[in-house]
Write a protein that binds this ligand. Structure first.
Ligand code: SAH
Length: 208
């Protein structure tokens, strides 16, 4: 479960990532299991790659930064919006207690679930649906990870599902996007704009 290439990828990210737990998680997940056959040779490059259905597995550096800013505790319950390949969910599952992951493409969700089962990961629950609505039945969450760009407005449905205290990281914007870190503590909600990123858009409405 821990190929040398994944450890090498973690070393590549070390200058930019201070949290050793995040680097250890990257080193222990075989990213090649999450990409199509045609992309396996590039699986450990620090780049986004196509995963089918017009979607991508995110760039490892950006995934690592999102994991780092969420500052997860081992008991945290996490909502992951945009399962895609399941790579980000697999990393979250190593750093948190339980991950609830939502994807609008049924085939991507099914494939991701198989991959995590094959890896022996048992603390991730999958759902096909519109993740912009969150997962009200499982709320509140200690952390929310959004892997698709939410546009120019904050996501109220997601913010409502934050526990107290809790954190959410999401790419915000349309053409120009930045990671936005939202922190809730009591009645106070603060937002901090981080680095520029490039994600596929969060698509609202019924499944394709
Ligand atoms: N986290 C993924 C990459 C995410 S790409 C990984 O590790 O591979 C963004 C994903 O969000 C895509 O799979 C896309 O289909 C999904 N998506 C877009 N809008 C969505 C929505 N409203 N609800 C759930 N998933 C959505």
């Amino acid at each position: 479960m821990s190929p040398p290439a994944a450890a090498q990828l973690a070393r590549t990210l070390r200058p930019a990532i201070a949290d050793e737990r995040v680097l250890a998680a990257i080193a222990s997940i075989p990213r090649e299991w999450f990409v199509p056959e045609s992309e396996v040779s590039r699986a450990y490059e620090n780049v986004a790659l196509p995963i089918g259905a017009g979607q991508t597995i995110s760039q490892p550096l950006v995934v690592a930064r999102m994991l780092e800013v969420l500052a997860l505790a081992p008991t945290d319950r996490v909502l992951d919006v945009g399962t895609g390949s399941g790579y980000h969910a697999a990393l979250l599952s190593l750093l948190a207690g339980h991950v609830y992951t939502v994807e609008r493409h049924p085939d991507l969700s099914a494939r991701a679930e198989r991959t995590l089962t094959d890896l022996g990961i048992g603390n991730v629950t999958f759902k096909v649906g519109d993740g912009s609505e969150g997962w009200p039945e499982q709320a509140p969450f200690d952390a929310i990870n959004v892997a698709a760009a939410i546009g120019d407005e904050p996501a109220p449905a997601l913010e409502e599902q934050l526990a107290d205290p809790a954190r959410m990281v999401a790419p915000m914007g349309t053409k120009e996007q930045h990671l936005m870190l939202t922190e809730r503590a009591g009645k106070r909600v603060s937002r901090r704009r981080l680095e520029a990123v490039q994600f596929v858009p969060l698509v609202r409405g019924p499944r394709p």
